[in-house]
Design a protein around this ligand. Sequence first.
Ligand code: PEP
Ligand code: MN
Length: 422
Amino acid sequence: WYANMEVFNMLLQKDYTNTNNYKKFKIDSKNLSWTPDSWRLHPALQQPTFQDARLFQKCIKKLKEASEIVSFAKIQELKNKIASAEKGKSFLFQAGDCAELFKDCTFDRVKLKILELTKQKEILQLGLNKEITLIGRIAGQFAKPRSESYETIENITLPAYRGDIINSSKFTYEARVNNPINLIKSYHKSKKVLNYAQIFNKNSNMYSSHEALLLDYESALTRYDARYNQFYNSSSHFVWVGERTRQINGAHIKYLSGITNPIGIKFSENITTDELIKMVEILNPNQENGKIVLIPRMGHQKISDNLPKFIRSIHKEGFNVTWMSDPMHGNTEKTKKGIKTRSFNKILDELILSLQIHKSENSFLGGMHLETSPDNVTECTGGFQNITEKDLLLNYQTACDPRLNSLQTIEIISHFIKEYVR
Ligand code: PEP
Ligand code: MN
């Protein structure tokens, strides 16, 4: 690759943050075992179809020509931070909305979110006496996998909401139509949010993250760095694969196997230890440090019976990974009235159990993953305010999963600190 020194020197002098390497430097795809489009030969779950195929292709072309949302250098920086969490020297705090909304990408709303996340990070930092790396579910968390393709309310059935990158959450037919323009909007909103975030975040670095779900979008924003002969996803610093799309031979794993970004793997107790090991091998064949974050989300009742065997098998393989607990997604329930909620106590229970299980397995927890709102929402029951099922509709704002409100988040963090330093 570096045989031609002239080209190499030219590459070194370039400012990579504002150039589109993917386009400018021809990739000899014959010699590559992976390209951003390799996933197309694999079954891809949770992908929407857009009626206006020509407009969709136009939007994808625009994304391929667009400048990066995040820089390669920042992605590498985060990888180093995760490598330090992997060794127990720092701790990862990943938090934010389940589904980010376009209408929330305003200066004031982003300011509120960033200040809240920063406050939470600083409390954790003081409490754990460790460097905390903040990874927001922000600046691109626009695509949602859904268990049900349709939603029925009072005898009316409409396509499910799949995130603002695809359709809108309002329960009308018009809102639920998939619109390819939303892909372009997602790109611009992500850039805008990151720019705002930088303003409020001078002393406290934040990295962005989202689920790498909509593969046309993710692959269109994948860039080639000729200096290192590597591809990276320029839409976010950190991306994760979700429980619903983590099939070993599926398109998502194929896509993720070719990018250099650090990757989160979310999984329930339904994964086998063999599958998990295989997945880590595929996504981190060179055993790079700071590359893999394992995010079990099993629910407060299942975590004790299931987490230990995964910890043991990963350790037995000698894999370097960071373990993060997501105590949210295994604890989602519906009230009798059909409202999606989560109980504060169950969330706390899974988080604390995860911490204890790691301690007793001679391992350690390197991060936590929460769905949070900076507002006083009433989406999860319990906590100091003692929110009950009856209270849920008082301020239920989420477009997807129920989030901890600002007070509940601080409470979870306080309990966690107490157990962590015990
Ligand atoms: C999520 O993080 O919003 C999500 C859908 O997670 P999971 O894939 O773990 O269910
Ligand atoms: Mn969620």
